[in-house]
Design a protein around this ligand. Sequence first.
Ligand SMILES: Cc1cc2nc3c(=O)[nH]c(=O)nc-3n(C[C@H](O)[C@H](O)[C@H](O)COP(=O)(O)OP(=O)(O)OC[C@H]3O[C@@H](n4cnc5c(N)ncnc54)[C@H](O)[C@@H]3O)c2cc1C
Length: 418
Amino acid sequence: MKSPQSVAIVGAGPAASTLAALLAQRGVRTVVFDDGKRPELLVGESLIPAVVPLLRRLGIEERTAAISQWKPGVSFLHGEATPIHFNFAPIAPWPTYAYNVDRRKFDELLKARAQELGAVFVSCRAGVVKAGAATGRQLALDEASLAEAPSLQNKQPDLLVDATGRSRLFARLLQVGARRGGRDDVAYFAHYEGFAMPEPAGQVLIARLDQGWSWRIPLPGKLSVGIVINKERARQLGGTAEERLEKALQVEPLMAEAARGARRVSPVAAYTNYQWVSDGSSGPGWAAVGDAFGFVDPMLSSGLFLAMESAAQLDAALQKGTLLKSYDQEMRRWYGAWNELIGYFYDGRLFSLYEAGHQMRQKRTNPVQHAIDRILIKHIAGLTSGASTRSIRSRWLLKAAVGLLIHKVKAPQELAIR
Ligand SMILES: Cc1cc2nc3c(=O)[nH]c(=O)nc-3n(C[C@H](O)[C@H](O)[C@H](O)COP(=O)(O)OP(=O)(O)OC[C@H]3O[C@@H](n4cnc5c(N)ncnc54)[C@H](O)[C@@H]3O)c2cc1C
């Protein structure tokens, strides 16, 4: 397609603001419709190292660091298997750290940066309608929305972008389907003080629960604690979101000790947690970014990276004037690779593999085995940090290691997340 001169983006989350900043930076007239619906507590607080190059590109790493907790790695706790402690050191020369952010402040920062670079934000909920066949576009802003954005000079933009997150506004209007993932969970989370803080400082903890899993994300001065469980288990825990989260903190062995003496300092937020990838990400005159295109299970904190990366990929495709098919394919590779990796955690294979490595380390076996262990840890760190998630070599190595090494340890199905 011809490189657009004017773009209107619907939604003002991380995907929208990243795209707006990149477009405005190279002189494209950009308007963002922001419905201002940002609750006190916003999910998606842990970033992965692959976000850091994007922050640098936007020129906001220092400002991000100022509102964040430094994140050196992630630990996976499992009642019946050896805990896995990853740090990101092995992924150098990639950034060997990430940040845990207050999401409201982070979204505000991205928005402020896009505005500094020249993007115009309009405070209103955009109305989008199907366009007539003669217009050469499938969708258009309604008249009221056009009137709210004087910089569009009462003309439809060359491109409309759906960044409405899981509302998938354009896909719903056009009845574009989506491929759903295997899980249909619900998440409850809140901020706490007085919780035992993970070590080293900033380390994110993911713990397997009796059913489902939980997160602990250290933020400046507090801890974000969440559970992700199936709906039946949620009902067993209580009638309200508060009761369900509080009960899980009392009864789950991997949480109860750390939660003793903890005080909740925010309301409890509830989110449904189901995965999808949209069947189509663009059409005549429109494209989708971020969650509006695809949403991957959040266990490995890939959401903000994917939202921002999709914006960068779309911007690159628009700049080159290439077909948006290449953008679509690039992003599908990302979703596929993350889904594949997350599968190793859910079905227990990664815990079995780590168990096998642990046994090798305990036995102080030969240097070749030590070398294999080091190489595996480096590749798994690369996969989980976003540095090499799509790498054929790393994915092949992980698959081969699982095939070869897990015979003498607990079977993956015993360690799977239910
Ligand atoms: C349980 C759970 C845990 C998660 N944990 C993490 C994590 O630790 N790390 C991580 O990176 N990601 C995490 N995520 C994912 C992350 O939150 C999302 O991937 C990310 O917010 C997507 O950004 P986005 O810009 O695409 O959409 P959003 O952040 O959803 O932004 C969309 C915006 O569009 C606005 N909007 C909608 N309709 C309109 C309209 N008509 N007009 C104007 N505005 C409109 C909405 O109000 C919203 O502000 C998690 C998600 C879940 C469900």
